[in-house]
Design a protein. Sequence first.
Length: 631
Amino acid sequence: MKILSLIPPMTQLNTPYPSTAYLTGFLRSQGFVAVQEDLALALVLGFFTSEGLAEIQNAALKLPEEKRSASVNFFLDYFSDYQHSIALVIAFLQGRDSTLAHRINTRSLLPEGPRFASLDGYDEEEGGDSLAWAFGSLGSQDRARHLATLYLNDLSDVLRDAVDERFEFVRYAESLAGSQPTFTPLADALASSPTLMDLHLQALTQSAIDKHQPSLVLLSVPFPGAMYAALRIAQTIKRNYPNIKIGLGGGYVNTELRELTEPRIFDFVDFITLDSGERPLLALIEHLNGKRSAERLVRTFIRNAKNEVRYLNWQEPDIPFENVGTATWDGLPLNSYLSLLDMLNPMHRLWSDGRWNKLTVAHGCYWKKCSFCDVSLDYISRYETASASLLVDRIEAIVAETGQTGFHFVDEAAPPKILKALAEELIRRQVMISWWGNIRFEKTFTLDLCELLAQSGCIAMSGGLEVASNRLLDLMKKGVSVEQVAKVTKSFSDAGILVHAYLMYGFPTQTIQETVDALEYVRQFFETGCIQSGFFHRFTCTVHSPVGKDPEAYGITLVPLPEISFAKNDVAFIDPSGVDHDLLGLGLKKAIYNFMHGVGFEQAVDTWFEMPDIPKTKVARNKIAKILRLT
């Protein structure tokens, strides 16, 4: 039996999403023939060719003039320039033609559509060069990659406006799947005539099947924005290769389809598995090989002869984290990923810049108390570790396979004890890598530990400051305080490690005053060098979180959900405080965008909000500096 794992559109373009690498590595460790393909990258690269742009042009010309966006009109006006430059830009972003940077930086090679308007106003006094403030005279490669990324973003807008209105680089038709109570929106979309993008995806699917001749295809859906394309892939396989079995799993499935009763999805797939895929896959393969009955499938949905959805969960222990094997990227086009530079901020850019090997230090979260988090689900609740020696063995194997020494540790919250042991093992074995990851801002992260991590190759860390309010941090059981986060983040920064802060607004009972005060804390975190990057997320209540399970404890009332047969995750709620958090969010995001570019620190934080009666902050302007004893 040959097993093919597919990454469906859309996930990310700078590096492979790791789920298929994990599963392929595990299956091979068990003696199975397992292969993988990234159809997300292939779909985008298929359009970003001279021939692909011609297809987009044909689609754009069919639009009535009154329905053509500014992006489409610009593309049509400068089509020849796009067609002659696209291959050069792709080669440059793939790292195959670095000398092109000099031509790109002249600002005369690439057509500059609406996305380039974002460059206006940075610094008009730098000799007319609005990027000089960010890159100076030495950052020619970064400057060129940022310009090339804007160029691709313009083309992405054209794809959305002329080919498929549901398209974005990191999501595709997301609204059809995210928290949709019924399968009908997806079913209707899948029954409609295929768009040009769908036709490309069909061809890519058939090519992958013809190349590998699998008996079982696994579709990994990490986000709602990958579900539509995954089912288009499945639809193509079912139509042309009816004997191939199809399994569906991944983060979106594990989170939103846990109460699935909708049989229509099984017109496209045969099996849907929940949580860590190793044990369910072994059971499924045994079943397909006639060695196990359907009744002994593990955490698997099927459709029976009566057109009913059944959930089968034969009780067997999960594969221990130490025994899941080493991820493999064999078969993925590692030299074809695009190193994009959307954000000039040095920390924020890591998410899209460079091809990082993804690795998990520990399964689950050792804290698992945060009230906004899906702590009841397996990916959080089941905490397992591996020895530092085994982790470094995996790191060395991955470096040997890929030739890449950059690692992104994708844990929910990497444990300080494990990171310390890992750093010591890397140093002892003289394994030279660069790595970054996500943590809780534990007081355990002293300056000495941060310096040890830096010595081992740590270049950046992200973690949750969340609401930047001690009252709310206590309410959400975060286990940290503003003061503690200040000291920990400063230790990382002083050790030369970049820090990104996850921030949140709109948590139950959060007041306008607390929001303004939180922004003042964030301003000071940037100003004192504690953090270099941050992002404000709007709080969302989910059914699997402590807030969703016990809303009364957080002072809110949930809005009753409709009858659900498909996806269930987000749930609306009524907060008696009545604060318009969406309007506040506009000011928060504008402020932090400026802070990340090193400007706006002198501005009073209440002035970022375009709302009447915004209160002044009650936080002293030097509060964080005093905590850090900088004043």
